[in-house]
Design a protein around this ligand. Structure first.
Ligand code: NOJ
Ligand code: CA
Length: 710
């Protein structure tokens, strides 16, 4: 390393001596995090190629890792660079979220910007900006306006992350079309993503390389925790990480398109998303980290108080259980027009009468929203059809659903109807219809829509995670904001912290959700699923997992399927998994049969002042407590994998001099995710911040606690 430093120092001197009129600034190639524990070295090597290294507590975590771009119709941006200048700055600010895990977020980092210029006749420029936080690093490439480069067609970006040990890795394949794979736990050196091709239960999938999707989380031998992801993914392709299993190296591999030979097309000036590496001493701090949010731009929408965090229920699980259907049974005539064939099959879920019943159930149980899926025409032809453009129109209800009547009834009861737009990945149709669809919502005073992108993307050749779709998802959010509409996307692009900039980006799927338990042919989500998700997918942002299934085996509907957790675990998810909208996903009749469990769902908070991640181990267990904004009540969720365990909880997060009624919803002594999943006991007692609790979690179990201020 030292010779390289010397070389650059000389280089800087050389530049300075070549241009005596320019004010010489010292070239800086090192940066520390605010607490001094993280160190970055960034420079160009003897060939003039940019590289960086990261040390944590004096240990090399990311060894010299190169950075370059392969361009179409132009020489690569790779070697021949010199550092023209470097700039250092510091930010220490606290900003507020309209909703989130914590109301106040501290953004404290040191920044180093390297300005690089090629030598030669028509030199091109590239800037690299690094930000060091106490809990990790973010860096991005900036392509400034310049004379010899106006537009780039990026064939690929080569950002290396050269690791120094064979980390225990929690990963899912670098699928260009879905994040709905189970997480795998293996050594970095044994990752083989291509064996996960052709999963029977995903609607679209493409895994071209031995690569992983992000966030990918790793645990080192000495307890160092790393998670790789990206922040502020805007007008660029999603990044997967190709794995070199021999050298423990990761290299960015952008998601492409079958329609172009390049992966990203941009006019200058522009910058890439941030490449982020969270680094912490323990698992809990990964969840507590706000690095991804802090790398995003501040709120561009201003006041978004028209969106209120809420618990909701819906006409949803019943379709996944096959109790009712999305479609009504209509057909098309010879002109391809929908006709009421008079052959309604009578199993349609979204009827006016049924939705009114759901509104009543919601109003009785402190649920402020009802999602209605299958309300609009088109569901007869939505999945598996090649020609899906024009199938859905997002304003035409089936004849048995009176949208106005239902919305008005909801308003009377203080319950909002959550709109549903299943685009079936027919993006041109959705784009054309957005204004009309969001206008209808505005007219009716509806502020939340769940969107869906099931199936292969149309136009053909595009993938869910490529630049074309990144723009589709982002433009939908921006357009919806104009109509005071918030979006919860399913089959989305991954969350990258854009909720800070566009706080109408409220939640999303982007993982194997609860629905897989209703119909997956591979046994559903295993008991450990959410103990991995909390430390991987959840680092990216809010998750619409749709928790709260209380009829765990649902044998009446599906003998072959079940939820693979206890009932207490399902309740704990309202706290352990973060989203500003949380579904009470089960059927009203199932809740009515379990008033004990329903009571927790009714009382649990949804809008938080602060969050404490109390304990956890990636893939094993996690315990989180959150304080409700308006009441000062606290709620706790603790979940475990297939192992039973005792979790000790120190209640020192509670307000010091206050007394709380602890209402504990616990696994019964003989509870077990498979053998006895619904065995729940409740215990109520008075506690203070001086107390400790010992929670016994069953195999696949959990604990949910409300601390109600006395
Ligand atoms: C997949 C979504 O994840 C699910 O929640 C929804 O019910 C179906 N698509 C239909 O849109
Ligand atoms: Ca889905």
């Amino acid at each position: 390393m030292i010779p390289k430093m010397l070389w650059v120092a000389c280089c800087g001197l050389l530049l300075w001596s070549c241009k005596p009129s320019q004010i010489h600034e010292e070239i800086v190639t090192e940066l520390m995090s605010p607490n001094g524990q993280l160190k970055l070295e960034a420079n160009v090597d003897t060939k003039g190629q940019a590289f960086y290294r990261v040390l944590y507590k004096n240990e090399v975590v990311i060894d010299s890792s190169k950075m370059s771009f392969e361009l179409e119709d132009a020489a690569p941006l790779k070697t021949g660079f010199q550092i023209v200048s470097t700039h250092i700055s510091t930010v220490d600010e606290t900003w507020e979220q309209p909703w989130g895990e914590d109301q106040k977020v501290r953004n404290h980092h040191n920044q180093l910007m390297l300005k690089l210029r090629e030598s030669g006749e028509k030199p091109r420029e590239l800037h690299i900006v690094f930000r060091l936080f106490d809990d990790g690093v973010g860096f991005r490439y900036e392509f400034p306006e310049q004379p010899h480069l106006k537009e780039v067609l990026i064939a690929d970006e080569y950002t290396e992350f050269n690791l120094t040990e064979d980390y225990k890795t929690f990963w899912q394949p670098g699928d260009w079309d879905t994040y709905e794979h189970l997480y795998q736990e293996t050594a970095l050196s044994t990752i083989n993503a291509t064996t996960l091709r052709d999963h029977p239960n995903v609607a679209s999938t493409y895994i071209p390389h031995n690569a992983v999707n992000t966030p990918v989380t790793m645990v080192g031998k000495d307890g160092l925790h790393l998670s790789f992801h990206e922040a502020a993914l805007v007008d660029y392709a999603g990044m997967t990480l190709a794995v070199d299993t021999t050298n423990y190296d990761l290299t960015s591999k952008l998601v492409g398109s079958a329609n172009t030979t390049y992966k990203v097309k941009r006019e200058l000036p522009f910058h890439t998303p941030w490449r982020s590496i969270q680094m912490t001493d323990n698992a809990a701090d990964l969840i507590a980290s706000h690095l991804i949010l802090n790398l995003n731009e501040p709120n561009k929408l201003g006041d978004v108080s028209w969106f209120k965090p809420m618990k909701y229920t819906g006409v949803w699980w019943e379709m996944h259980l096959n109790k009712s259907s999305w479609d009504y049974g209509m057909t098309r005539d010879e002109n391809n027009q929908w006709i009421d064939s008079g052959k309604a099959h009578g199993r349609h879920g979204a009827t006016t009468a049924h939705v009114k019943d759901m509104i009543d159930f919601a109003a009785d149980n402190n649920l402020k929203g009802v999602l209605v899926e299958g309300w609009n025409t088109g569901w007869e032809n939505w999945i598996g059809f090649e020609d899906r453009e024009g199938v859905f129109d997002f304003v035409t209800p089936y004849p048995d659903y009176n949208i106005k009547e239902v919305v008005a009834y909801g308003k009377e009861k203080g319950v909002d109807i959550i709109m549903h737009h299943e685009t079936s990945a027919a993006t041109e149709t959705y784009e054309k219809q957005q204004d009309t669809a969001y206008s209808l919502m505005k007219e009716m005073g509806m502020h939340t829509v769940k969107t869906g992108y099931v199936g292969k993307i149309l136009p053909k050749g595009e993938y869910h995670h490529g630049q074309y779709m990144v723009n589709q998802y982002n433009q939908a959010v921006e357009k919806a904001a104009g109509y005071q509409v918030a979006i919860n996307a399913h089959e989305p692009i991954k969350a990258t912290g854009l909720r800070r900039t566009y706080p109408n980006t409220i939640s999303r799927e982007g993982l194997r959700g609860q629905e897989f338990n209703a119909w997956a042919t591979d046994g559903g989500n295993p008991p450990e699923h959410l103990s991995i998700v909390a430390f991987t997918r959840m680092l990216a942002g809010p998750i619409d997992f749709t928790p709260g299934i209380v009829n765990i085996k649902f044998d009446e509907y599906k003998k072959e399927n079940q939820v693979n957790t206890t009932l207490a675990h399902q309740l704990a998810l309202y706290v352990a998994i973060y989203s500003p909208i949380q579904m009470a996903a089960d059927l009203p009749e199932h809740y009515n049969a379990r008033p004990d469990a329903l009571q927790f769902i009714k009382e649990v908070g949804i809008d938080w002042k602060q969050t404490r991640v109390l304990d956890g181990a990636v893939g094993d267990h996690v315990t989180i407590a959150r304080e409700e904004k308006l009441t000062g009540n606290w709620f706790l969720g603790s979940i475990t994998d297939e192992q039973a365990r005792e979790v000790k909880v120190n209640l020192d997060f509670l307000e010091e001099s206050a007394q709380y009624e602890a209402r504990m919803y616990l696994d019964a002594a003989d509870a077990h995710w498979d053998e006895n999943p619904t065995a729940l006991t409740t215990e109520f007692k008075t506690v203070t911040s001086k107390d400790e609790l010992y929670l016994n979690l069953a195999p696949g179990g959990g604990a949910a606690i409300s601390f109600i201020k006395k």
